[in-house]
Ligand binder design. Structure first.
Ligand code: HEC
Ligand code: HEC
Length: 343
């Protein structure tokens, strides 16, 4: 049972980290301090930035313009923001994303909240940095079907862009700076101001009685959700097989490691803003949170890699309602309305 004390311990550890950064200057890279550019929520660790891409306001502004620019796709019909929608916490409400010429993708686009804290990207964790990640949708023939060279020639024709690249990177537009600017904007998408967070910070009225009961189910040994969805971002950053299939069409983590023991393992996703990011799972195969809870209570499908903690358990109708109410309390209304993330 993970009780309220343990929640607090997490919060405290995060605060210690912040303090350690300040004292040892361990977290600072050259460039301006990150805190004014990212409003770090209480209880969250200070984010880290790559040495060669410190966060600046000009880099974020350029990255945002690129993120919402359809010119980054061959047919000028698809932007990053076409599949990652702010009102859905930057996830896609379609089960599989649709790229240029109406082509159907292979996976569900996840929320981009709190990417700055991730240690790998994509459902299979195949990409280690946000700079490298930004290349993938641009060159993917099913998504934007472009080359970085062609993106550079398009933006170079626009004096506003040329000026923004100069201010951000003191350079003419170059592929390297396209991806660095996009990564900078994505790093600012930090979300941690839900009612659940207010409760963690001591506002005992922030959660309803039903949500509180649901929290105890979530962090309890019957439902066992917290074994994987844990910490300030509700993920252990690991890869797990949660038993949604007996055999997986998408091999998941095995595609990266080539280890059959990784078949059907996917990155444990954050549950922040989960009420806004339907449909669920790597393939968008669950339409509702009710369907997700049905999956977990059923114990899922037998398969050799299914995690040991995924096994059948019983929830009363009231407990099911409470668990879903708790998940809904993880919505950060400020994040999805925040003007600084809008085009
Ligand atoms: C056609 C729809 C589409 C477009 C356009 C698109 N994405 Fe995505 N995005 C996806 C899908 C689908 C995934 C999951 C892919 C996977 O796991 O293999 C994803 C994953 C990501 C991730 C990793 C999320 C995680 O949890 O690991 C990031 C970051 C991201 N996209 C940012 C961007 C950026 C930046 C752009 C523009 C340069 C962009 N996306 C354009 C559909 C799209
Ligand atoms: C063994 C680790 C593990 C446990 C325990 C676990 N999950 Fe998950 N959860 C995952 C993984 C891995 C995924 C992604 C699987 C996929 O995409 O195929 C996931 C996906 C989800 C999703 C969909 C997220 C999205 O963005 O699509 C929800 C909602 C969810 N889990 C809720 C829960 C709840 C509620 C519980 C407890 C009843 C729970 N999980 C227990 C590992 C776990």
């Amino acid at each position: 049972m993970m009780n309220r004390r343990m929640h607090l311990r997490y919060g405290r550890r995060a605060l210690v980290l912040v303090a350690a950064c300040v004292l040892a200057s361990a977290c600072s890279t050259s460039g301006p301090p990150a805190t004014p550019l990212i409003d770090v929520p209480a209880g969250f660790p200070q984010p880290h930035f790559p040495e060669d891409n410190a966060l600046t306001a000009d880099r974020i502004a350029l990255g945002k313009k690129l993120f919402y620019d359809k010119q980054l796709s061959r047919t000028s019909e698809v932007a990053c923001g076409s599949c990652h929608l702010q009102e859905h916490a930057f996830a896609d409400p379609r089960p599989l994303s649709i790229g240029v010429n109406g082509q159907l993708g292979k996976r569900n686009a996840p929320s981009l909240a709190n990417m700055v804290y991730n240690t790998s990207y994509f459902w299979d964790g195949g990409v280690p940095t946000l700079e490298q990640q930004a290349i993938q949708p641009i060159i993917n023939p099913l998504e934007m079907n472009m080359t970085l060279g062609e993106v550079v020639s398009r933006v170079s024709a626009d004096p506003a862009y040329v000026d923004m690249f100069r201010r951000a990177y003191n350079s003419e537009p170059k592929p390297e700076f396209v991806t660095k600017a996009i990564a900078s904007f994505v790093r600012t998408l930090v979300s941690g101001r839900s009612r659940y967070d207010r409760y963690q910070q001591g506002d005992t009225t922030a959660l309803t009685a039903s949500e509180l009961r649901g929290m105890n189910i979530f962090f309890g040994e019957k439902a066992e959700c917290f074994h994987c969805h844990i910490g300030f971002n509700f993920t252990n950053n690991g890869y797990r097989n949660n038993g949604i299939y007996a055999t997986y069409a998408d091999k998941g983590r095995e595609l990266i490691t080539e280890d059959p023991a990784d078949e059907g393992k996917f990155k444990v996703p954050t549950l922040r803003n989960i009420a806004l990011t339907a449909p669920y799972m790597h393939d968008g195969s669950f339409e509702t949170l009710d369907a997700v809870v049905n999956h977990y209570t059923s114990g899922g499908q037998q398969n050799p890699n299914a995690d040991a903690v995924i096994r059948p358990f019983v929830l009363t109708p009231q407990e099911r309602t409470d668990l879903i109410a708790f998940l809904t309390s993880l919505t950060d209304e400020q994040f999805v309305a925040d003007a600084k993330f809008k085009p």
